[in-house]
Design a protein around this ligand. Structure first.
Ligand code: NAD
Length: 339
């Protein structure tokens, strides 16, 4: 079986491409290599896969790839994925996430395919308010809050409409917040690690009370694979770890671990670098998924505890400081605008 992974040079897509190859799928990666894409992530498998630097908005090039590669399955990760950037530049998010997905769906409709896995997100449900005790089910209404999540909600619904209208074999996956090795250091967990070891202020939005359901990236990749192998066409599956953590607690956990294994030269604690900054506009308070359907129908559940996953993640970043440093100058301008 041949699987085409869009956004396979990105954070989650690269982990999935590696897993698929390990599971003996033939792998084709299509990626535009935006600031968020990096071939370094898949350097160790590049000789064993086919790679195309291609924008998912480029219909002709996509058609050529589908004709040449004759793929059976598409897993669609490619997206603009950072909420803060979507606040600064919403149009790009609508273009990539909605029109890009539309282009891809049109190509798939014309060329034929056995399965299309559409990667959506937990953020499309909107947030759970402070004091509310609930978890979102796949049947809950979509109430996205940011330009990012509304573009993903549109992508999610568009793909589902292609199932209803054109009978395209689509499965929708809605994962919770991922973390792990190779995440671009503009996202919360690598930002905390990077700023800590650079001796800079560690920005925490608002009071740090916002909660996220952290899912280790390899567990997410396993969930996507389970959907390919056991999922039912037309269905939607939430993928969450079942545990939420406040941002401030995540930061404190990371910094206390760094204090032990990578202490500051002045003997002080990294905790002193925490700085509370003006909250993100429209900041969602909490995300939490009910993932019982994935457990029942895909026989999937997250295997990695937060404590285990976060240690593996921090160790990885400390062993790959060069990669982290290289991303720094790209990020400096963006940080100046946002924080
Ligand atoms: N990271 C998370 O916590 C999370 C959680 C739930 C869902 N998701 C979804 O999972 C997917 C992957 O997320 P990620 O964190 O790996 O994102 P990422 O930003 O790390 O990677 C996105 C990849 O898509 C590529 N890309 C962007 N625009 C493209 C275009 N026009 N054509 C081709 N390639 C393009 C980029 O070059 C990059 O390699 C996204 O769809 C995202 O919405 C992410």
């Amino acid at each position: 079986m041949k699987v085409l992974v869009t956004g396979g040079a990105g954070f989650i897509g690269s982990h999935f491409a590696r897993l698929a190859l390990k599971k003996r799928y033939k792998v084709v990666v299509v990626d535009k290599l935006t600031y968020a894409g990096d071939l370094e992530r898949i350097k160790n498998i590049l000789d064993d896969i086919s790679f195309y630097k291609c924008d998912i908005l480029n219909k002709e090039f996509l058609e050529h790839i589908f004709e040449k590669e004759k793929v059976n399955i598409v897993v669609h990760f490619a997206a603009e994925s950072h909420v803060d950037r979507s606040i600064l530049e919403p149009g790009l998010f609508l273009k990539t996430n909605i029109l890009g997905t539309h282009t891809l769906l049109e190509v798939v409709k014309n060329k034929g395919i056995d399965l299309f896995i559409n990667i959506s997100t937990d953020e499309i449900y909107g947030d759970i308010k402070k004091g509310e005790n609930r978890a979102f089910k796949e049947t809950d209404p979509l109430k996205p809050s940011s330009p990012y999540s509304s573009s993903k909600a549109s992508q999610d619904l568009l793909a589902q409409s292609y199932y209803r209208t054109y009978n395209l074999p689509i499965i929708t996956i809605r994962p919770s917040n991922n973390y792990g090795p190779w995440q671009y250091p503009e996202k919360f967990i690598p930002v905390v690690i990077l700023k800590a070891i650079k001796g800079e202020k560690i920005p925490i939005y608002g009071t740090g009370e916002n909660e996220r359901e952290w899912l280790y990236v390899e567990d997410c990749a396993q969930g996507v694979l389970a959907a390919i192998e056991k999922g039912k066409i037309g269905k939607v599956y939430n993928l969450g770890s079942g545990k939420t953590y406040k941002n401030i607690d995540v930061a404190k956990y990371i910094l206390s671990y760094l204090d032990k294994i990578y202490p500051r030269k002045d003997g002080k604690s990294y905790l002193e670098q925490i700085t509370f900054v003006k909250d993100r506009p429209g900041h969602d308070f909490k995300y939490f998924l009910n993932s019982s359907k994935a457990k029942k129908e895909l026989n999937w559940e997250a295997k990695t505890s937060f404590e285990e996953g976060i240690k593996k993640t921090i160790d990885w970043y400390l062993n790959n400081l060069n990669w982290l440093e290289n991303k720094l100058h790209e990020l400096q301008k963006f940080w100046e605008e946002v924080y």
